[in-house]
Design a protein around this ligand. Sequence first.
Ligand code: ADP
Ligand code: MG
Length: 245
Amino acid sequence: MVTIDNLTVSYRQHPALHHINGQFVDGALTAVIGPNGSGKSTLLKSIMGLLQPSGGQVRTNTTRERIAYLPQVTEIDRSFPLQVCDCVLLGCWSSTGAFGAVSATMLARATAAIRTVGLEGFEHRAVGSLSSGQFQRVLFARLLMQDAELILLDEPFNAMDSRTTAALLDLIHQWQTEGRTVIAVLHDDAQVRAHFDHTVLLARELVAWGPTELVLTEPNLQRARALAEAWDDNADICHADEVAA
Ligand code: ADP
Ligand code: MG
């Protein structure tokens, strides 16, 4: 469903990802890991079509409406005046359309999704008044409304207590049994080993991609750390054309 073909993505000439190749396994749970600044969010945004590659391409054989994307919480503006239930209902926007009526069925689904993520009673709270963990659950409820084939999650468990994390991991496994493909940026190696069959290890370049037990080896992790240390030293001398050369 998603193939990454010699992908290079740059911000103002500085490559955040370069010459990445690989294919996500359909219907699998794949983790994307790597040091801070290694291009994990950039990869997800590229799959979502939010960034224009400076080289190569991302090929997806699904439509934009069938891709669900949970951005990193720090990138979401929560100042808009929206209630929890409306925010969750936005998940079925592609079927209601901008001016479409919300049916009783959709309301019932939204209520069920809110219950699933443990936010019953919060339906009419303004999203701006929620804690970040509660807001993250709202975003999961919204994902539940979308009938997505491909689900992209960027650090979904940040600011979450362990009980909520466990509940949301169950949801992710359920998505897998429903045949959906899930790609998640994560930090916790133990969590990746326990729940994700495949892993992509990034350090701006691809360090390893494959079955988790073959990717999360000490030599690979060391190599990713060493690459990350080198960026700090040469922060300003990395140009797209040099990398391409
Ligand atoms: P990660 O998610 O792995 O922490 P990102 O993909 O967010 O990494 O970022 C990769 C690199 O690109 C970082 O060095 C970051 O500072 C840089 N970067 C990300 N977004 C932008 C942007 N909008 N403008 C300029 N540089 C950016
Ligand atoms: Mg990120």
